[in-house]
Design a protein around this ligand. Structure first.
Ligand code: ATP
Ligand code: MG
Length: 365
């Protein structure tokens, strides 16, 4: 018998605690249908109630406790009314990313049926499902987000501030390799974003590594854009893009822009990966804890559910991933009359949507 995949479940704060159970419901339905051995274990840390009791976001032995898991299924963290975001975020999620070397951040951006993209075609007609279907791959550990630098001559007229970008061959190549592999599995197109005309040392290096890697993937067609014109293309011709790879800062920006082009933030999933599996990878929706709607049972669970699909894909169950995405599409399809939460223009509750997706998955659309 194959040993079960161990998955740590951390619901966190706010709507995290409402959408995670729906994600688990769908993961369990997928496990039953595809005969996938999954074992879940829940943790109550990385949230405000834990902080209130213990004075910190995580227990001292959190590394050892999470190390044996293949994946972390995460809800959301943050309760700004009680604890500033920089403490809750740096004390939990960002620790996981760093300590577990989750050097790739992946966000699919795909226009689902029945959702309205804020983007329109050149003739003013709405974008249709399928016209936006991209995967944003962000470098997650180095680049512009280094803490190397400092201030000099503080408080004087000569005040000077420097912050360095750090790129290593190891760091750049490993995220590029991941992106090229994804392009090969998808539609065979890779777009890289830099700003080599302005940032004249680090960005040309990234471009150079893209060209070197492209030589190993003759089946992948490669575009290299400056970030400014790329954002314009995102808006004007999103259908062009398949896999888009970028440094930490540019990837951060693009990975908000992509999902924003697809309707509601409530459906967008993300994965923070350590592709070699030396450490657990983390799967979470793009949205935060949404204190404004927390506790009302109306949060959209689809971002959390779709993140579960990414988790199964990462564990090697691609058919199960595809089936979950199809089940989401079936529920959202206006022809099905499926439940929709208020952010998608409906009146349904979080659990209604979770149950409908699990049911669509069971009946095998
Ligand atoms: P961050 O995680 O970057 O701190 P934030 O806390 O600023 O993000 P979110 O918590 O993502 O933002 O919420 C932003 C807005 O989107 C809020 O008005 C929230 O109600 C809405 N929202 C977020 N997630 C969902 C969801 N799953 N369903 C419905 N509405 C959502
Ligand atoms: Mg927040």
């Amino acid at each position: 018998m194959t040993p079960a995949h161990r998955i740590a479940v951390i619901p966190g704060d706010g709507i995290g605690t409402e959408v995670v159970p729906e994600g688990l419901r769908v993961l369990e339905a997928a496990a039953a249908r595809f005969d996938i051995p999954l074992r879940f274990e829940s943790f109550d840390f990385a949230c405000w109630p834990y902080y209130e009791r213990h004075g910190g976001m995580l227990p001292p032995d959190w590394r050892e406790r999470l190390m044996g898991f293949e994946a972390i299924y995460f809800g959301a963290v943050g309760w700004p009314e009680k604890i500033p975001d920089h403490i809750s975020l740096w004390g939990s999620l960002l620790q996981f990313r760093r300590v577990f070397d989750q050097y790739v951040n992946v966000r699919p951006a795909r226009l689902m049926p029945g959702l309205r993209s804020p983007l329109v075609r050149r003739d003013g007609t709405p974008r249709q499902p399928g016209e936006i279907d991209m995967l944003i791959v962000r470098e997650n550990t180095e680049g512009e987000y280094s803490s190397i630098g400092g201030r000099m001559f503080e408080g004087t007229e000569r005040e000077l501030v420097v912050q360095e970008t750090v790129m290593t061959r190891h760091g750049v190549d490993r995220v590029l390799r991941f992106a090229f592999e994804q392009a090969r599995r998808r539609r065979g197109r890779l777009t890289s974003a830099t700003k080599s005309n302005g940032i004249s040392i680090s960005m040309p290096y990234w471009d150079e590594r893209v060209r070197a890697m492209a030589a190993q993937y003759p089946d992948v067609s490669v575009d290299q854009f400056h970030i400014d014109i790329l954002t314009a293309h995102f808006v004007q011709r999103p259908e062009h893009f398949d896999v888009v790879v970028a440094s930490n800062l540019f990837g951060d920006i693009l990975s908000d822009l992509g999902p924003a082009c697809c309707g509601t933030i409530g459906i967008a999933p993300s994965a923070n990966l350590n592709p070699e599996r030396r450490f657990p990878s983390l799967f979470e929706p793009v949205h935060g804890s949404a204190p404004d709607i927390a506790g009302r049972g109306i949060a959209n669970p689809i971002g959390q559910i779709w993140s579960g699909a990414l988790l199964l894909d990462f564990l090697g169950y691609r058919a199960a991933h595809d089936a979950i995405v199809r089940a989401i599409e079936a529920v959202l399809d206006p022809a099905s009359g499926g439940p929709r939460t208020p952010d998608m223009g409906g009146t349904a509750r979080t659990t209604d949507v979770g149950r409908a997706v699990a049911e669509a998955l069971r009946t095998g659309v």
